[in-house]
Every structure is written in structure tokens, then in C-alpha cells.
Design a protein around this ligand. Structure first.
Ligand code: SAM
Length: 278
């Protein structure tokens, strides 16, 4: 039985691949790639003739037989389009199944956008929470951020350029004017870091709509931000959300998470608030 190698590939600059990764890709009997066209560019650059098969979100179950047949005969290298397989990319199910079947799994260290962005962000690195991509729908995105409102560690998100300003607005509304960093186009020609308060970075990207690939990092909650709010502050936050048209149930849930209050109590306050304003 061969070994399943997890092989990170560059996130932009094609030089960001290790000597070991190139050797493993060359010596494997098969490379399982998220997109064979993308991986072929890398293989051509390094003159690697190893056969490729696709392994992506939509065929990952069907492809298990092909990959385990190849593993019965030799080593298989798993790669995604960019960075580390399994991190917001296909890989997890294959790796889980390989472990279940007793196949040796060897990970190679290498490129990853989240860690690359974190170390240059200027935000605390001793602990962090990686959230991957937030849900696309506004309400779900708001709730996902509200659920980490009290988290003291640095938050790391993957974000698309056309949703960045919406997400920064949600950060402002749900988490407050935190220190943030937008790391854009890492390792590429137009690499850029925008560091500052959420409101400043939002103003920048409202004026200069971003393009390319983005990691958004958000400073964790400070102890005073995790303090329990007083009633006046809870009412003000609720009023703002309700006036913006948010339904009471989600406004109460998000406010309770930020305020350190019980959701039912906030909901009851919201009912009173609505009654008093009708
Ligand atoms: N597996 C990859 C990794 O290890 O980082 C992540 C794959 S995920 C599908 C792609 C997302 O990662 C992009 O939408 C962006 O948020 C982030 N990303 C990837 N490359 C990047 C880069 N060069 N600069 C900034 N963000 C990047």
C-alpha cells in the first residue's frame, strides 16, 4: 500500500513550493488535483510528468475508488488549486477515508493564505480562530460573526472581493470598530495590506473597490468588550437592528451574543420596545 501525501502548492508566486513537494509530486504514481488545468501549469513549470486525475467538490465520492486503486499500487499526492489541501478546499473526506482504511497519510508543510496573512497582519498571533468563508447570506453572516463576538483570539476569514465591504460593515455593526487587516493578493505582484480600524479600512475599500484574493483578519475581543452591557446599551443596539429592518428573533440573538445577555431576556426587551414605539 502506498502513502497519501498532502502537498501544498503556491498561493500565487510559483516559487513558493518546497524541494520536497516537487520530489513527492515527481515520484508519486498519481496526483489527485482539484483542477487538473491549474496543476498542469505548475507541473509544466517544474517539468513533472506524473499523471493527474481530478478530485474536486463534485466528484469526490466517485473518485475514491480510482484513488484507492492507485494507492494499492503506489503513492498518491493530493493537491488543491492553491495552498494546503483540506483548508477551505477538497481533501478532508479523502484523508478521513485513508485513515479509516489504514493508509499512511503524510502531510507536507507549505503555503497557506491564512497563516501567511496572519504573520504579517500585526494582530496577535499567539492564538487565532480560522473561520474559513462566512455564509453568503447576510443574516447567516451576521450570526456567524455574532457567535464569535466574545472571542479574544484573532479571527481569520477568507473573503471574496465583492463581499468585502459588506462584511466590513457587518464587522462594524456586530463586533464594533475593531483593529482589522485585509491581506490581498499575497505573494503576487499587487500584494497589499490595509491595516487599521474596521471603519478606516471600510472607507478605503468603499473608495477603491478591491480585486483579487483576500484574507480578512479581525482583532479579538478585548476584555472590556466582553463585559456584560447595561440595559440602555442593549436597548440601543436592539433599536438600531430593528430600525434597519432585522426581524426581532435574529436581532435579539445577535444582540444577546454581543451583550453577554440571555437571548430570551433580550427578546422580551425587544417586544417591549416594539410595543412602546407602536
Ligand atoms: N487551500 C487554500 C489555503 O491553504 O490557503 C485556500 C483555498 S480557498 C478556496 C481560496 C481563498 O483563500 C481565497 O478566496 C482567499 O480568500 C484565500 N487566498 C488564497 N490565495 C490567496 C492570496 N494569494 N492572497 C490572499 N488570499 C488568498
Amino acid at each position: 500500500m502506498g502513502t497519501l501525501y498532502i502537498v501544498p502548492t503556491p498561493i500565487g508566486n510559483l516559487e513558493d513550493i518546497t524541494l520536497r513537494a516537487l520530489r513527492v509530486l515527481r515520484e508519486a504514481s498519481l496526483i489527485a488535483a482539484e483542477d487538473t488545468r491549474t496543476t498542469r501549469v505548475l507541473l509544466q513549470r517544474y517539468d513533472i510528468p506524473t499523471p493527474l486525475t481530478s478530485y474536486h467538490e463534485h466528484n469526490k465520492r466517485m473518485k475514491l475508488d480510482t484513488i484507492f486503486d492507485a494507492l494499492a499500487r503506489g503513492d498518491v499526492a493530493l493537491v488543491s488549486d492553491a495552498g494546503t489541501p483540506g483548508i477551505s478546499d477538497p481533501g478532508y473526506e479523502l484523508i478521513e477515508e485513508a485513515i479509516r482504511r489504514g493508509v499512511r497519510v503524510e502531510p507536507l508543510p507549505g503555503a497557506n493564505a491564512a497563516i501567511t496573512a496572519l504573520v504579517a497582519s500585526g494582530l496577535p498571533t499567539e492564538g487565532f480562530v480560522f473561520l474559513g468563508f462566512l455564509p453568503k447570506k447576510d443574516k447567516a453572516r451576521r450570526e456567524a460573526l455574532a457567535s464569535v463576538a466574545g472571542e479574544p483570539r484573532t479571527l481569520i476569514l477568507y473573503e471574496s472581493p465583492n463581499r468585502l465591504t459588506d462584511t466590513l460593515e457587518t464587522v462594524l455593526a456586530v463586533l464594533g470598530d475593531r483593529a482589522v487587516c485585509v491581506a490581498r493578493e499575497l505573494t503576487k505582484i499587487y500584494e497589499e495590506f490595509q491595516r487599521g480600524r474596521a471603519s478606516d479600512v471600510l472607507a478605503h475599500y468603499t473608495e477603491h473597490p478591491p480585486r483579487g484574493e483576500i484574507v480578512l483578519l479581525i482583532g479579538g475581543a478585548k476584555p472590556e468588550e466582553t463585559e456584560v452591557w447595561d440595559e440602555a446599551r442593549v436597548l440601543a443596539a436592539l433599536r438600531e437592528r430593528l430600525n434597519a429592518g432585522e426581524p426581532l428573533s435574529s436581532a435579539a440573538k445577535a444582540t444577546a451574543a454581543s451583550a453577554g445577555w440571555d437571548r430570551k431576556t433580550v427578546y422580551a426587551l425587544g417586544v417591549r420596545l416594539k410595543d412602546s414605539e407602536n
